[in-house]
Design a protein around this ligand. Structure first.
Ligand code: ZN
Length: 313
């Protein structure tokens, strides 16, 4: 009987579940909404009852769970999650193992996304990779010598909280000038609103149907590709910060690949062109030459496929 692996991507709005084969090819998948009001154990029981009804469940050897938040991956405990306010010190591994009789692996979603990118985008053929998630927040994970590296206390890869501006924007983590406060989706929109007023230029607002709440990084990309000056400035500024961050990563890790994923990774050329140019100016030539920077083709599947492959390895 073929052996499969099951992944759960537990997010604040959706729970994605997939069964994959040993090459991370998705055999079966489904999505359910996350009810953040109910107790964690209720959600855990819901997940288990769903997965037990899956066609390939009988072939599933192990289960991996990726979750946004502070995870103790050794004990399989979610210490806390900004997206799941009721989840504090939840014994995810213990509870799930009790209900399924299968071995459970738990890690944070940036790490599972990294494992997903390693298998889906790079087909398991790379050696040292760094995955950078560009979305509401900026996260990261790394695989070194073909193994997920999580650090001493499990916090390795907090790329979004590397300082890129010594006295810069205040960050939720308590630091000032974190990369996330310059490249994260919320900041990009805030910066665009500020610059629109300063330049008295409102093309972006028009593209958002004259509703400033509807301005998204996608709208900013569209505006920049139509030549809007404000949008071009927003992307140029964010691009400079991303270039600093990636050049640091390249010098420090010397990875063979950097995989960019998340909603903002699909941004326009106005964002990426200067990024690549500045990386070349900032990082060591040999390290830049041996590193391929790619945008993931599987952004929405990385977390769930990576969680499943975490369970395989
Ligand atoms: Zn921070």
């Amino acid at each position: 009987m073929a052996k499969f692996y099951l992944g759960v991507d537990l997010g604040g709005t959706q729970i994605k579940i997939a069964v994959v084969d040993d090459k991370a090819v998705i055999m079966e998948e489904f999505v359910m909404d996350t009810d953040i009001q109910v107790k964690p154990i209720k959600i855990i029981k819901d997940i288990v009852s769903k997965i037990k009804n899956m066609k390939y469940y009988k072939n599933v050897k192990t289960i991996g769970i990726g979750i946004a938040g502070d995870v103790d991956s050794v004990k399989g405990v979610l210490r806390f999650s900004p997206n799941l306010p009721n989840w504090k010190n939840v014994q995810l591994k213990k509870e799930m193992e009790k209900l399924t009789n299968k071995k459970i692996f738990v890690d944070n979603d940036a790490n599972t996304a990294c494992v997903g990118a390693y298998w889906l985008d790079l087909e398991g053929k790379a050696t040292n990779i760094v995955c950078v998630t560009l979305g509401t927040g900026v996260g990261g994970g790394m695989i070194l010598n073909k193994k997920l590296y999580t650090g001493t206390s499990g916090t390795a890869g907090e790329i979004g909280h590397i300082t890129v501006e010594p006295n810069g924007n205040k960050c939720n983590c308590g630091n000032k000038g974190c990369a996330e406060t310059y490249i994260g989706a919320k900041y990009l929109v805030k910066r665009a609103l500020h610059l629109m007023r300063e330049h008295n230029s409102y093309n972006i607002l028009k593209l958002a149907g004259n509703d400033k709440c509807k301005i998204t990084p996608q709208i900013l990309s569209l505006a920049a590709s139509k030549g809007d000056e404000v949008a071009k400035i927003v992307w140029a500024e964010a691009g400079e910060k991303l270039a600093i961050l990636l050049a640091d990563i390249i010098n420090f890790i010397n990875p063979d690949h950097i995989v960019l994923c998340g909603g903002i990774s699909k941004a326009c050329n106005a964002f990426y062109k200067p990024v690549y140019k500045q990386i070349k100016q900032r990082a060591f030539k040999s390290a830049v030459d041996s590193c391929q920077i790619i945008v993931s083709k599987y952004t929405n599947k990385l977390g769930v496929a990576g969680a499943a492959m975490l369970a395989k390895n």
